[in-house]
Design a protein around this ligand. Structure first.
Ligand code: AMP
Length: 175
């Protein structure tokens, strides 16, 4: 077993001063670490009736699609505005300064479908809270929200407190 946390690279001051960026490309380039990540996720979620894995642009796509295949589920991308070609719905969320928006195709989830929401990292929780609102708007049933990394200290969990949440790795925000 690999210590997955040790495969994640910390890049100080990216994309701006003061941010400790958790770089998962050092995990994904490691064949064993990548396989172990997907194996652990598949073990947790198989047998739970998940029909759609919703992955958030862009690092959520990497793990989300691989996991969906293992679960026999479909994969649904949530994207930044203007990227999805067909009819979409959108949700705004707060950034440190201003707001941002994410979108999902209107026909991506059928009412009542069991959905797992996945991203690489939970920081303030704004992105995943908005993703939950998109899935709720399409009447998907959120089985769980999962991230590879949880940044502890930003209270991200609070924003998605209505849903079960699981993180594979917890890292203090300034670590
Ligand atoms: P948030 O909405 O604040 O929870 O931010 C989550 C999104 O921003 C995720 O999609 C992450 O990929 C990205 N993100 C935020 N902070 C970091 C960080 N320190 N290192 C790497 N990615 C981050």
């Amino acid at each position: 077993m690999i210590d997955l946390e040790s495969t994640i690279r910390n890049v100080p001051d990216f994309p701006k001063a003061g941010i400790q960026f958790k770089d998962i490309t050092t995990l994904t380039k490691n064949a064993e670490a990548l396989k172990q990540t997907i194996d652990q996720l598949a073990e947790r979620y198989q047998g739970r009736g998940i029909q759609k894995v919703v992955g958030v642009e862009s690092r959520g796509f990497i793990f989300g699609a691989a996991l969906a295949i293992r679960l026999g589920a479909g994969f649904v991308p949530v994207r930044k505005p203007g990227k999805l070609p067909a009819e979409t719905i959108s949700e705004e969320y707060e950034l440190e300064y201003g707001t941002d928006k994410i979108e999902i195709h209107k026909d991506a989830i059928d009412p009542g479908e069991i959905v797992l929401i996945l991203d690489d990292l939970l920081a303030t929780g704004g992105t995943l809270a908005a993703t939950c609102r998109l899935v709720e708007a399409l009447e998907g049933k959120i089985e769980e929200v999962v991230t590879v990394i949880e940044l502890i200290g930003l209270e991200g969990r609070r924003k998605i407190a209505r849903y079960p949440y699981h993180a594979m790795i917890a890292i203090e925000v300034d670590e």
